[in-house]
Ligand binder design. Structure first.
Ligand SMILES: Cc1cc2nc3c(=O)[nH]c(=O)nc-3n(C[C@H](O)[C@H](O)[C@H](O)COP(=O)(O)O)c2cc1C
Length: 193
């Protein structure tokens, strides 16, 4: 049976980001099970703050189109993103807003968010692991963009201490939940092929 393609997007571009680490771990786990993975950085898709006048005047920036096409080339998308002010990071929200406006010929609305499945996770130095950002991100993806987001999600608390020397999640329960989330993502992405 052919395997689905999974895109991994960290919602942080910070040097030393815990969520980039979590994204890298997702890529490692998926690659070990022979899944084709693409891991990107939103730093490579620099975008102006969404501005409807700019959109009307100049259309969507090339990077919004590139990011939309990158998402559409995959059956599943895994997003690991920090919590900022009890919500998602500006870089992630801005990217989603721009991508949500891109419509190529024949596209339905929110094309990048349809026909594929999303999974979300977060890591934070705080005790809740960024849980509130997952609630916000789920709302944006599901209610805002019509995406299918699997119910499994993992929030990693105490992020600076959460990873061991091999960059794996140190806590066995959380590590198993993370693996379970990835397995479910692949299972659902397979249905999108
Ligand atoms: C503007 C700002 C707001 C933040 N708000 C929260 C928050 O509401 N909850 C939380 O757990 N951490 C919050 N943090 C801390 C981040 O979780 C922490 O900086 C984390 O390391 C960022 O993720 P990263 O390591 O992947 O870049 C905030 C950080 C910044 C810069």
């Amino acid at each position: 049976m052919a395997n689905p393609k999974i895109l991994i997007i960290p919602g942080s571009t910070r040097t030393g980001s815990h969520n980039v680490k979590l994204a890298a771990l997702a890529a490692k786990e998926l690659t070990l099970t022979d899944i084709e993975v693409t891991r990107i950085s939103l730093a490579d898709y620099e975008l102006p703050i969404y501005d409807a006048d700019l959109d009307a005047r100049a259309g969507q920036p090339a990077n919004a189109l590139r990011l939309k096409q990158m998402i559409m080339a995959h059956h599943g998308v895994f997003i690991a993103s920090p919590e900022y002010s009890a919500s998602v990071t500006p870089v992630l929200k801005n990217a989603i807003d721009w991508v949500s406006r891109v419509r190529e010929k024949g596209d339905p609305t929110y094309a990048a968010f349809k026909g594929r499945v999303f999974a979300i996770a977060s890591a934070s130095p705080g005790r809740s692991g960024g849980l509130r950002s997952l609630i916000a991100l789920r709302q944006i993806l599901e209610l805002g963009c019509g995406a299918l987001v699997i119910p499994e999600q993992v929030a990693i608390p105490n992020a600076p201490q959460a990873f061991d020397d091999m960059e794996n999640i140190a806590d066995t329960g959380l590590a198993n939940a993370f693996r379970g989330e990835l397995e479910r993502l692949v299972e659902m992405a397979r249905l999108m092929m």
